[in-house]
Design a protein around this ligand. Structure first.
Ligand code: HEC
Length: 150
């Protein structure tokens, strides 16, 4: 019992360190350096550290203990970039929103990865896309407004 908790806490600590490392890198690369940000590998890392816990490594989702997690692989909802951006910004049902955990650049990277790697929508989502959708919404954590017609 005691052992279980300490390993969970160790994992939580590792995620925090990871996120700090990723944000540091996002800041470095947004300074206009000549080497472009490694958006694909950054998106992959974020997926593996955060999304995979619920959506599974193969993005096929899962069920169990009352929580039904939808597949992200082969998911036609992802065709519209705004769909995944909105979910990352606002959360939905059992999924948290990520505005306090990820920067717009990181949300763009993971959205690009999920759309391109697990689906065949290779057009990248940019930080500006995330900010534009954020500006059209009324802040994080409000009820799902995907059907509000915007
Ligand atoms: C704590 C578990 C959890 C984590 C972590 C999580 N999700 Fe989810 N996700 C869910 C659940 C549950 C749903 C279903 C929500 C609903 O429709 O009620 C969902 C739904 C989604 C959907 C909508 C799928 C559809 O077709 O309806 C997308 C896209 C998505 N998640 C992407 C992500 C990404 C990208 C990440 C990582 C940044 C992530 N999720 C992290 C639990 C999670």
């Amino acid at each position: 019992m005691k052992r279980g908790w300490s390993s969970i806490l160790a994992m939580a600590g590792a995620s925090v360190v990871f996120l700090a490392a990723v944000s540091g890198r996002a800041q470095d690369t947004s300074g206009g350096g000549s080497s472009g940000p490694p958006a694909v590998s950054e998106g992959k890392e974020i997926y593996e550290q955060i999304c995979q816990a619920c959506h599974m490594a193969d993005a096929r989702g899962g069920g169990g203990a009352g929580a039904q997690i939808p597949a992200l692989a082969g998911n036609a909802n992802l065709k519209d970039p705004k769909f995944i951006i909105t979910i990352l910004l606002k959360g939905r049902g059992g999924m948290p929103w990520f505005t306090e955990m990820l920067t717009p650049a990181q949300m763009a990277a993971v959205a690009t990865y999920v759309r391109g790697h697990f689906n065949s929508y290779p057009d990248p989502i940019s930080e500006a896309d995330v900010k534009a959708v954020a500006a059209s919404l009324d802040g994080p954590g409000k009820p799902d407004c995907m059907t509000c017609g915007n």
